[in-house]
Design a binder for this molecule. Sequence first.
Ligand code: 5AD
Ligand code: SF4
Length: 502
Amino acid sequence: MEPIEDLDVLSEERVRQREADDADEDLDRVKHGYDATAGDKQVYIETYGCQMNVNDSGIVASVLKESGYGLTRDEAEADVVLLNTCAIRENAEQKIRTRLGMLRAEKERRDGELMLGVLGCMAERLREKLLEQEDLVDVVVGPDAYRDLPQLLYEADATGQAAVNVELSKQETYADIDPVRYDSNGVSAYVSIMRGCDNMCTFCVVPFTRGREESRLVTTILSEVSQLVEEGYREVTLLGQNVNSYHYTDENGSSVSFAELVDRVSRVSPELRVRYSTSHPKDCTDELLQVHRERPNVCNYIHLPVQHGNTEVLDRMRRTYTREEYLALTERAKELCPGLSLSTDLIAGFCGETEAQHRDTLSLMEAVRYDHAYMFKYSERPQTYAARKYEDDVPEDVKQRRLEEIIELQNQHSKESNEEEIGRVHTVLVEGPSKKSDEQLFGRTDTNKGVVFDREDYEQGDYVRVRVEDCTSSTLLGTAIGRTTLTEAARTDPITTEAVAA
Ligand code: 5AD
Ligand code: SF4
């Protein structure tokens, strides 16, 4: 899953409050979606980690809103602060501990009149231990228990005791909940299609914090996407920890594969771009590649985490493919989808990694030439197979140096890939003003590259043909040629809508 910078997830607008009519309301009413204690209480949610957490914070906000809570962007006016946490690497947890330390001081300043909640993966991993260790948290809620949050807040408030629900559920997909789309640009939206992961890669804590894979009912996905199109959204990213192992079998026994789902989503509107994240190479089927090839609005981009370039290490990571199989897959993908852009995740310094094995990662990067990569030092996670069975034996300075070599090579590849774009014309979906200037717009190509160009009279949500004139290693700089539609772009360039020499 594509990691994001820490993101403050807050309400777009203040939600109107339900009136608290009776402070003695019983718990049953809380269970049924009305929390008398919510009153005009304001909740501030802060999100760490992956896009899945961003989407989950939207679900949490939606559940709390239903129960009468207001959502605030201003921490100072919050009655409840919730941290939606990440446990993927030790430093992610460390960051949250530091943040809890700051909140302890704030709680003391307010004489205890501030409720604190830890949600998500760290809540699931540490459970009651979090209460013992931190001694300041009021609610601890795992990723499958967000529907209970109003009741847990009520209980904690009423009893003065911490309330915990970290039960994982094989059924919970929050299929019927419309997430609050915090900080949305109104152009692109995440749509959660499955939760959990059954892969048990030996380094990864996700199967322990998120539980078993569960796919969401197809019809609820399609109706959420239709609703987004009606609201004017132009791009959806289908989300899941292991999105391409999506598989839904209905009561009549008919089943829908991920490839079929992507195809169906792409038919909701020809003007809607479809992306997904994050995928596992073992589930990147020919059927799925054909959907990329045949459906012009399914983006010509796949995030395909390889993790490592050496077969023995891949085996110890339990990734279920060899270096050669992965390389054959990327060859096949590029053959079926000319101009395909690939990105990846890489781990440096996994248990037992030798210098030669590390060089295999570098040579695999040379062979694939990713447009982008997320690169990490191995971080041992409690409970995982690697933590139990392997020794975390690559010294810290060696891990760091290997990571730096990987980053340096990727920067070079990203730069060269961007330089090759100069002179090409891309269809860019405008997401909003560029970070540096209101006079310029920022958008993305179908291949997920960021492009900046002069605003002129173009607007957020427009598809614009842009000629690339220059680049940095991370961004393309271009000149707009004119407005277009995806349908028109597909007609002029049937396979990819991209990479047209000017
Ligand atoms: N140490 C370092 N990186 C990890 N990832 C997952 N677990 C670990 C770990 N223990 C990385 C993988 C995954 C991404 C989301 O985080 O590359 O694809
Ligand atoms: Fe973790 Fe592997 Fe599942 Fe990805 S596929 S979430 S790395 S266990």
